[in-house]
Ligand binder design. Structure first.
Ligand SMILES: NC(=O)c1ccc[n+]([C@@H]2O[C@H](COP(=O)([O-])OP(=O)(O)OC[C@H]3O[C@@H](n4cnc5c(N)ncnc54)[C@H](O)[C@@H]3O)[C@@H](O)[C@H]2O)c1
Length: 387
């Protein structure tokens, strides 16, 4: 057969990596109480078009007064499967969605898309998420799919958001009982962190964020570990200088990791330390029963107990970390009071996304900031789950 009739010609197209949002994220951290108001006023007075997304708890916070005042006489509509409210005034819009993980759905993403359509948002215009991880994940997801990608900026308002969720470009929503099962990688162009927002955060949300701060210190930052040990009283009383210091250190640590491995091919996996045990407890106890932070903290205690039993780390290191977790009020007992069936925890751990084979892949440690990823047989894992 002559070449002209060859039906199996192969053609390759090579693509440059696509990051329609932004090639870099500019992060500003401030503990000054004037900064949020200044920023909100500068958005509202700007000639550019902004669509603000927040929830019905955050909109009531003092810091959001400029936004509330601006939209006060504006058109209001409540519609769709998610009971959201859209406010439109001049070129800007505000969407207020109900607070909570149960609204982290594809319907909410579509409500944001629909609102953007209603105000004829163009690709040059910007979504601004004001909130914790739920709001930033949802808004960035909507921004990444609206007209195949618009601009997105974040004002993070929770400890977990500031130290973790708002950094590194993972977006998404939950679906059919699966957490974050739909989503994209789409980093925000700007991230503003005003630690003053932490003063109104509930104690349980604050502690949930603290578990991730402790995790970050164990993985990457010895000085942060010392700070957590020595300044516990200041941290728990929300001392502004101390919170500024811990948030700044976490931002730096996470930024370094996602810069090296945005799409979680290797090093970013380390951030799952404590999460394989933790997620299993979270879902076995019944989603929403225990805070994410409580489960991660318990997961860290189980991972290090396993390291100790496998002679990967010293007993002293494991004991030091468990004592710190306990000092911050987390449960470190072998069996968590919320769920006591070790075999069922193990079964759930097998469904973890990180596993390539039938063995469970875990993030473990030889010592502080000495991290390893290993596949561990089931019988060994059970030794950290049973007395
Ligand atoms: N994208 C990522 O890389 C990443 C990483 C970790 C977690 N996440 C996601 O983050 C979400 C959890 O985020 P979260 O812990 O920030 O919780 P959240 O966003 O659900 O906020 C928790 C609660 O606190 C309220 N709130 C927020 N800021 C407040 C403030 N300053 N004062 C008073 N109340 C305030 C909210 O209204 C909400 O009711 C999960 O959906 C998780 O999947 C994403």
């Amino acid at each position: 057969m002559s070449k002209a009739y060859d039906l199996f010609k192969s053609v390759k197209i090579r693509y440059k990596p696509i990051f329609a949002s932004s090639k870099k994220t500019q992060i500003k951290i401030s503990c000054s109480s004037n900064e949020p108001v200044k920023l909100f006023n500068s958005y509202l007075e700007s000639d550019s078009k902004y669509i603000f997304v927040t929830d019905d708890s955050i909109i009531k916070l003092d810091y959001l007064e400029p936004i509330r005042n601006y939209f006060t006489d504006s058109v209001k509509k409540t519609q769709g499967k998610t009971e959201y409210t859209l406010f439109v005034k001049d070129r800007h819009a505000l969407i207020v969605i109900p607070a909570g993980e149960e609204y982290k759905t594809i319907d909410t993403v579509l409500a944001i898309v629909k609102s953007a359509l209603e105000i004829s948002l163009s690709r040059k215009d910007t979504f601004v998420a004001i909130g914790g991880g739920v709001i930033t994940d949802l808004t960035a997801f909507a921004s990444s799919i609206f007209k195949r990608g618009t601009q997105v900026e974040f004002i993070s308002t929770t400890l977990l958001g500031m130290c973790d969720a708002a950094i590194g470009g993972k977006t998404g929503c939950d679906f059919d009982d699966f957490k974050n099962i739909a989503g994209t990688f789409y980093p925000a162009r700007k991230l503003y962190i005003f630690t003053g927002f932490l003063n109104s955060l509930s104690e349980s949300e604050f502690r949930s964020g603290l578990a991730e701060v402790i995790k970050t210190s164990l993985l990457f930052d010895e000085k942060l570990f010392e700070l957590l040990k020595n300044d516990r009283k200041k941290i728990l009383s929300h001392n502004s200088e101390t919170l500024f210091a811990i948030v700044s250190r976490c931002v730096k640590a996470k930024s370094r990791i996602v810069q090296k491995d945005l799409t979680e091919k290797n090093q970013r996996m380390l951030l799952n330390f404590g999460h394989t045990f933790g997620h299993a407890l979270e879902s076995r106890a019944g989603l929403g029963k225990l805070s994410h932070g409580e489960c991660v903290a318990w997961g860290i205690s189980r991972a290090l107990t396993l390291c100790d039993k496998l002679n990967l780390c010293s007993t002293k290191y494991k004991d030091d970390v468990c004592a710190l977790l306990k000092d911050y009020g987390f449960t470190v007992s072998t069996v968590h009071p919320a769920f006591n069936d070790a075999e069922k925890i193990l079964e759930t751990m097998k469904n973890d996304k990180k596993n390539d084979s039938d063995k469970i892949r875990l993030i473990l440690q030889n010592a502080l900031c000495e991290n390893i990823i290993l596949e561990i047989p089931d019988d060994k894992i059970l030794t950290a789950l049973k007395d």
